[in-house]
Ligand binder design. Sequence first.
Ligand code: ADP
Ligand code: ADP
Ligand code: ZN
Length: 215
Amino acid sequence: MNVVLFGPPGAGKGTQAKELSQKYDIPHISTGDILRANVREGTELGLKAKEYMDKGELVPDQVLIGLIKDRLEEPDCANGYLLDGYPRTIPQADALDDILKEISKPLDVVVNIDVSDEELIGRLSGRRMCKCGESYHIMFNSPKEEGVCNACGGQLYQRDDDREDVIRQRLVVYSEKTKPLIDYYEEKELLVNIAGNGTVNEVFEAISEIMDRYK
Ligand code: ADP
Ligand code: ADP
Ligand code: ZN
């Protein structure tokens, strides 16, 4: 099953993808997680990406296209993949199309998680992350023990880009560069919209219902 989980920053892509990846046994590929791991490890890619990420800007397309191509060629993608945070621009989507043709793994569906702007700001400003990729919320999705990851026991932290001014910039960038992909995938008849303002479980059920069609 070959799926893109699409939506604005804070829509719940990461939260849902973690669970869906287990349920459907396909790898969760989050370009944000991959970039943050590189920033933490101080790789050349990480150093370059950090400049953009801290400002709420997109990392250049060529960097992301190379990264996603390498990742999709890994053997664990043989039975499918769940993309989270890629593509974010039309050139990235066009490049994805070429890569997927080359490896004969065309997309089945693009699930667009729809959430209002006010809700997004509340979600992002209360988000707490673990370096294992789990994300929590101080009110809506709090860990069992404050500041500690349920999954791995790691210390939770607030992302540098989850501050009010950077959040607003990310939402502007989303509207300008990423949102046009909704029409792009609608034209290709790959888009399914789901309401993302329900609880984590409600959204999970809605996405599962769609993914079940492609099992
Ligand atoms: P994305 O990966 O799309 O940026 P996340 O999955 O990290 O979004 O979710 C953003 C924040 O909102 C996190 O703090 C998460 O715990 C919280 N969250 C996710 N889904 C919901 C939901 N359905 N209702 C309320 N809060 C949610
Ligand atoms: P969000 O929770 O806002 O959806 P991500 O964790 O997916 O955030 O991405 C964090 C940051 O990493 C983005 O603001 C951007 O700087 C960079 N990034 C992630 N994926 C991409 C991509 N496909 N293209 C360009 N930049 C990306
Ligand atoms: Zn963790």
